[in-house]
Design a protein around this ligand. Structure first.
Ligand SMILES: N=CN[C@@H](CCC(=O)O)C(=O)O
Ligand SMILES: [Zn+2]
Length: 399
């Protein structure tokens, strides 16, 4: 059954460059896939659509892809925000039992129902802001039982809501207190959990935090070996607070993406370019932690590394559910162009998840799109902190 969506100003992002604007455009979908995209005047004359939607002249973009989030957690960390404003650093707080470990305590204390309800609410907020595909990481459970609970909550939300949820196992996020002084033993344990979590259908990818306050490159490599043995793709929190050579390591495993990257060096960039890994930049965390070291955007561009953006929603370093604010911050803080920012939150975000059937408006792409009451796509990164009332279509259905 064909459905026609007409009277739209399309921003297709089709091709490698440019907005791909089509005035008075139309989309034709069959089921959840686009079959034809173009000017309404060129719609094939033999098309008989069973249903027609008038999009009222709105700007229509591909659905947003939030490719890096930590949406499953208990509690919040406003107290640490206050501590940092009184002089403590993110690393100081982490080293004294706060930070990720504080959220691990709150997550373990939350019931299954509370975790599910909180995750559902956060995901729903993102969806109504234009997100049609979201990645959700574990990483605040840090035991087999609690990591499984977090990943189940993410999977359940993907079954309950119409958007696509991709799950990532981030058990190597930080060392849980019961393994204090035994980081290698903890990594051994994580490597034994992965087959069980995968067997339950809970894991689409594997991630780790390679950093002074988390795991070494050698420990990260062991997690990646275990992922590779299971045929699972990897991603990495790399070079956020220091240069550990994490991106180059991840690239050797063909990583889908390396994320954060403020301290990425030229060797890391070259390795990512060779491996085809996406650079996921996270302006929310950069802003919220008041980082000063900028990710090497110009060098990434020059090397042809695709750049994606994400909210990185988490309670410690990026407590935002506002994708358009991330577009604005990527432009103002990282000097991305508005077009690069939108590509980062659509087609390149999809690539960072290994998905090639979404992120552009073109035939054979999913019918995931957003109708915005705006005239030009550069406004998506312009209206600072406000969210235009958008209409979100996932698989051709308005949500
Ligand atoms: N960098 C590591 N992980 C998260 C923050 C975790 C936290 O502070 O709770 C991030 O992506 O920013
Ligand atoms: Zn993260």
């Amino acid at each position: 059954m064909l459905t026609l969506y007409r009277n739209a100003r399309l921003c297709t992002l089709d091709g490698a460059y440019g907005w791909g604007l089509i005035d008075e455009g139309a989309l034709l979908a069959e089921g959840d896939m686009l079959r034809w995209v173009g000017p309404e005047s060129e719609l094939p004359s033999d098309v008989v659509a069973a249903r027609t939607h008038d999009l009222g002249g709105d700007l229509v973009t591909p659905g947003l892809v939030d490719c890096h989030t930590h949406l499953v957690y208990g509690g919040q960390r406003a107290d640490e925000f206050e501590q940092r404003l009184n002089g403590a650093s993110y690393e100081d707080i982490a080293r004294t039992g706060g930070g990720i470990r504080a959220t691990v305590r709150a997550t373990r204390a939350a019931s299954d129902a509370e975790l599910l309800a909180a995750t559902r609410e956060r995901t729903r907020t993102l969806m109504h802001a234009g997100v049609t595909t979201v990645e959700i990481k574990s990483g605040y459970g840090l035991s087999l039982e609690h990591e499984a609970r977090c990943l189940r909550a993410a999977r359940k939300v993907g079954q309950e809501l119409p958007l696509t949820v991709r799950t990532t196992c981030l058990s190597a996020h930080t060392l849980p207190p019961e393994f204090e002084g035994r980081a290698d033993d903890y990594i051994d344990a994580v490597c034994t959990w992965l087959p069980q979590l995968k067997a339950e259908g809970l894991v689409d990818a594997v991630d780790a935090f390679c950093e002074r306050i988390a795991f070494t490159p050698a420990q990260t490599g062991r997690v990646f070996d275990a992922a590779r043995a299971l045929g699972l793709p990897v991603k990495l929190h790399a070079e956020q607070l220091s240069d550990q050579g994490g991106a180059a390591l991840a690239a050797r495993y063909g990583a889908l993406s390396c994320d954060h990257l403020e301290y990425l060096d030229p060797q890391g960039i070259a390795a990512m370019a060779r491996a085809g890994s996406v650079a996921v930049l996270l302006p929310g965390a950069f802003y919220f932690l008041r980082e000063t070291r900028l990710p090497p955007v110009a060098a990434l561009r020059e090397a042809g590394v695709p750049i994606a953006l994400a909210t990185d929603h988490n309670p410690g370093s990026s407590p935002t559910l506002n994708p358009l604010l991330m577009l604005n911050m990527a432009c103002t803080l990282f000097r991305l162009t508005p077009e690069e920012a939108l590509r980062g939150f659509t087609v390149n975000g999809a690539r960072a998840l290994g998905l090639h059937d979404r992120g552009q408006l073109a035939a054979q792409q999913r019918a995931d799109f957003v109708a915005w009451p705006l005239h030009h796509p550069n406004e998506l990164s312009y209206w600072l902190g406000s969210n235009p009332a958008c209409r979100v279509f996932i698989g051709g259905q308005e949500v």
